[in-house]
Write a protein that binds this ligand. Structure first.
Ligand SMILES: C[S@@+](CC[C@H](N)C(=O)[O-])C[C@H]1O[C@@H](n2cnc3c(N)ncnc32)[C@H](O)[C@@H]1O
Length: 230
């Protein structure tokens, strides 16, 4: 077993899922009829490499609290939960508003013996007021609601913490797409988000993954202050 993906796949397949939802690794290009250097368990969740990146982020940051919006079948939550388990600390709160889908993720988290590390909540994140600060957030509901989630949850992101938006390319979707309004499907960047980036409170960075991944670092008061030092 070489990668955390191999481990996740192995553990998930150790027992049969009653709804035939055990994991299987595919080429990421399968859904678009292409060959990709990336792999994926399905076309809705994170690519395996993005999952491995999230696993690595959690191993490195050792966050106490992680928020995921949009659980789907629990792929991202499983990678992050496995990292919490390997860290011996940390907890993932993941939110899904469709009951059947939530059940699939819940069974997976149970099968992987991650119930101590991952709470699968059946709730619309539109109604969520977080109970504490999160050191890591992963926003993965519908594209049109993810900027809004960043704005709503900004105060709950710890200083020095990271928030990632999945399926978001470096152009931030601030482009024209034929047959759609400008900035489809994300919508225009909300004013507070623009302000936080322009004032240096949030620092964006991008990864050229097949589905897109954009991160923001929330600066810490302890960070070195760059200026015109003599
Ligand atoms: C892209 S998938 C999430 C994939 C998941 N993060 C993974 O890695 O496997 C989006 C999921 O978000 C759910 N969703 C969309 N809007 C939501 C909302 N407002 N509250 C909770 N869940 C939502 C959808 O039902 C869908 O299952």
């Amino acid at each position: 077993m070489n990668t955390i993906t191999d481990r996740l796949n192995f553990l998930d397949n150790k027992s049969h899922d009653e709804g035939n939802m055990n994991l299987a690794v595919h080429n990421e290009g399968e859904w678009s009829g292409t060959q990709s250097n990336y792999s994926a368990f399905n076309d809705a969740g994170v690519e395996c490499e993005t999952g491995e990146f999230l696993y690595g982020m959690v191993r490195l940051l050792k966050p106490q609290n992680i928020l995921e919006t949009g659980t789907h079948w629990g792929i991202g939550a499983s990678y992050m939960g496995m990292a919490c388990k390997d860290n011996g600390l940390g907890h993932v709160d993941t939110y899904e508003f469709l009951s059947e889908i939530h059940q699939v993720a819940k069974r997976r988290i149970e099968r992987l013996e991650l119930t101590g590390e991952v709470s699968t909540h059946l709730q619309d994140v539109g109604t969520l007021t977080p109970a504490h600060q999160y050191q890591l957030m992963f926003l993965d509901t519908e594209p049109q609601t993810r900027f809004g989630e960043l704005v709503r949850f900004f105060d709950y992101l710890a200083e020095g913490g990271f928030v990632f938006i999945h399926d978001l390319h470096r152009h931030m979707h601030q482009i024209h797409t034929e047959g759609h309004e400008f900035a489809w499907p994300y919508g225009k960047i909300p004013f507070p988000m623009q302000q936080w980036v322009q004032s240096g409170q949030l620092r964006p960075f991008h990864f050229s993954t097949p589905r897109g991944l954009t991160g923001f670092y929330k600066v810490s008061p302890d960070d070195y202050k760059w200026g015109n030092q003599a």
